[in-house]
Design a protein around this ligand. Structure first.
Ligand code: NAP
Length: 213
């Protein structure tokens, strides 16, 4: 099922890229905060397919990550989830994703790519970075206590090299992290209120993140 339809009335689109293993309340609050801050019309969550930077690392099956994203976002009319990366064979590169997404919207739709600040530090190593910088703006979201000065240095470097716009936003709810949730499940600790109720039930039903999975 295609979840994004061609649409012409979207002026500002935000793409929320991430592994979402699992998607949590911090991700949802981040997307809502960016939507409000930048006047975004629609946010599309795009769970990663085969991330190039995660070769050899254990990542939960993409179908589970996709379905949890759908369950988590269902109540917000501005939130959508796309299979674009999980259905694409081979490595997942953000530049390809954004180019494909752009075709579904009006040519003047402005695109923001929301991602964790850690990823911004590595952007210069991403595939076809020159092309990527021309087609979207970045919103780097940070957890409280993140070394903002270090990030600012990186952002200034990017601005100088590419004249691109990189914004940053501290989101208190990002104190929640997917790795902490996985660890809590492994240790049999509760994850209530860290993820939506449906995602909590999904994790229990499919015994995700327990030691034997
Ligand atoms: P990651 O390494 O899993 O996450 C890095 C950190 O950022 C984690 O602390 C994570 O927190 C946080 N984070 C990631 N995405 C976030 C989001 N949308 N909102 C808030 N926090 C977020 O990073 P990743 O998820 O794999 O990659 C992020 C995005 O960058 C993906 O869309 C990926 O495809 C893209 N990327 C592209 C390339 C390329 O094109 N070559 C290379 C690297 C990454 P949680 O664990 O709590 O989510």
């Amino acid at each position: 099922m295609r979840t994004i339809e061609p649409t012409t009335n979207i002026k500002k689109l935000a793409i929320m890229g991430g592994t979402f293993d699992p998607i949590h309340i911090g991700h949802l609050m981040t997307a809502e905060e960016v939507r409000n801050e930048f006047g975004i019309d629609q946010v599309v969550f795009i769970p990663t397919g085969q991330p190039p930077h995660k070769k050899g690392k254990r990542v939960t099956d993409s179908e589970h990550r996709y379905l949890m994203s759908v369950l988590a976002t269902v109540e917000n009319p501005s939130f959508h989830v796309s299979r674009i990366e999980i259905d694409r064979p081979g490595m997942t590169y953000t530049v390809d994703t954004i180019k494909e997404i752009k075709k579904l919207y009006a040519p003047d739709t402005k695109i923001y790519f929301i991602t964790g600040a850690d990823a911004v530090h590595e952007i210069l190593t991403w595939n076809r970075v020159d092309e990527l910088m021309k087609i979207c703006e970045f919103v780097a979201v940070t957890r409280p206590g993140y070394k903002r000065r270090q990030l600012k240095g990186k952002v200034d470097e990017l601005k100088q090299s590419y004249e691109c716009r990189v914004h940053y936003l501290e989101v208190p709810a990002l104190a929640i992290s997917s790795s902490d949730i996985r660890e809590r499940v492994r240790k049999d600790k509760p994850i209530k209120y860290l993820v939506t109720e449906a995602v909590e039930k999904y994790i229990q039903k499919f015994e995700l993140y327990s030691d034997n999975k």
